[in-house]
Design a binder for this molecule. Structure first.
Ligand SMILES: O=C(O)CCC(=O)C(=O)O
Ligand SMILES: [Fe+2]
Length: 410
């Protein structure tokens, strides 16, 4: 038998993800190629989040910072949203998805100018290699025409069309309970944002002025159990938000998080917790210190799964810049209008598109930085290698290196 040293290395395998922020190609590392990376999601206890002691708050912030740097995910325990409210919201969401399809189609997302309302099974396709996402959803967004959202009196309403959120007439208490949950999760989000500021050694109030009418919304999800292994509940993606809070309403494990070895780490429901994950806004503002980690939903449990995601983003008119302490030497920081940036991201993520759009999409995926020089130009090229030797191609407002035709790019 030939000594194993003479055996050729097995062909590398990759996880390929169209994450919205560009295509990510990550080698699946096995054996001695494996790098130290997370294998589980850590839990953080928020019971002292409103403590009058600064040290108590800072201790939670430290744990948040460590988890956001390591995996970009954590479980938040003792977040303060009552069990009664969580049970109530679960009940109405289940009842809504059990309605006949034609009833749900009355508020289909295509009837909204902001893509809000009901989205049927297989309508979106985050992973191009699948037949579509095996889930149905009901989504709301920031909409000053919904009085429950208490828009500030001086809010510029011109960017908000009249046909935004749509609400079902059944169950009759659906809207009321969803808005009770909205108020509770928004309150927790504002506290969490302060702890995030603290975790970055910024004043706790640093982000307060960016949240006067935050973009974002609720997305209730129903995943039937998939019958084939080629199906996926939601294809691999990263979120466009400061952060996302997922309430895994049913006890079905299906959420998976991609680690640096290209392995999918399970994030099963832990009773009483919310899953918190870093979104692209926070990754961008921290120059990648906090990672907006790729995740997906695969429901092979044989049971129906329900979840309720909340996306919390800056207010539409806010300018997001690289945060103090997160500047990378020799690299120009970011400066983006939050509303424009999110609109562009949303367009990229919204389901199957025509071939012409597909070609444009391919081009857009090559652009990871929209900053231009004074003449409005930017360059595409080699942006260096990761620790693992995988190179990155992208754009910049100043000239970049040549693309190596034999190098491996992600
Ligand atoms: O249902 C889940 O657990 C996660 C949903 C999700 O990732 C999303 O809606 O962006
Ligand atoms: Fe997500």
């Amino acid at each position: 038998m030939a000594p194993s040293a003479l055996l050729p290395d097995p062909e590398p395998e990759y996880v390929i993800v169209h994450a919205g922020k560009g295509t990510i190609k990550r080698e699946i590392l096995t054996g001695c190629k494996r790098k130290p990376t997370f294998e589980a999601i850590t839990q953080v206890n928020f019971s002292k989040m409103n403590s009058s002691s600064f040290e108590d708050r800072r201790a939670i912030a430290k744990e948040i910072g460590a988890a956001f740097r390591d995996s970009g995910f954590l479980y938040a325990a003792n977040h303060g949203i009552s069990e009664k409210l969580q049970g109530g919201v679960y009940g109405v969401i289940k009842e809504f998805f059990e309605l006949p399809l034609e009833e749900k189609m009355k508020i289909h997302v295509n009837k909204s100018d902001t893509i809000k309302g009901y989205e049927a099974l297989l309508e979106t396709k985050l992973d191009a290699s699948t037949r579509g996402d095996l889930k149905e959803a009901f989504a709301t967004g920031d909409d000053p025409n919904d009085p429950e959202q208490n828009p500030p009196a001086d809010l510029d309403r011109s960017p908000y069309p009249a046909k935004g959120n749509q609400w079902p007439s059944s169950p009759s208490n659906f809207r009321k309970i969803m808005y009770e949950y909205h108020a509770a999760i928004l309150a927790f989000s504002k506290v969490l944002m302060r702890l995030i500021a603290l975790s970055l050694d910024l004043p706790e109030e640093y982000f307060d002025h960016m949240s006067h009418f935050p973009m974002g919304g609720l997305r209730a999800l129903h995943y039937p159990s998939q019958e084939t292994t080629s199906d996926v509940g939601i294809g691999a993606h990263a979120d466009y938000s400061w952060f996302t809070l997922v309430n895994q309403l049913s006890s079905v494990p299906a959420l998976e998080v991609l680690n640096h070895n290209g392995a999918w780490v399970s994030a099963p429901p832990l009773k009483g917790t919310l899953v918190v994950n870093v979104g692209d806004f926070l990754e961008m503002a921290t120059s990648g210190k906090y990672v907006s980690t790729v995740h997906r939903v695969v429901n092979k449990s044989g049971e129906e799964r329900y979840s309720l995601a909340w996306f919390f983003s800056p207010s539409m008119d806010v300018t997001i810049e690289t945060l103090p302490g997160c500047k990378v030497e020799g690299k120009e920081g970011i400066k983006v209008n939050a509303g424009e940036w999110q609109r562009e991201r949303l367009l990229r993520a919204s389901g199957p598109q025509s071939t012409a759009y597909g070609h444009l999409q391919t081009l857009a995926d090559l652009i990871d930085d929209w900053l231009t020089n004074k003449e409005g130009r930017f360059w595409w090229g080699d942006k260096g290698a990761s620790e693992a030797g995988i190179r990155h191609a992208g754009t910049s407002s100043s000239p970049l290196g040549q693309i190596g035709t034999t190098a491996l790019y992600e």
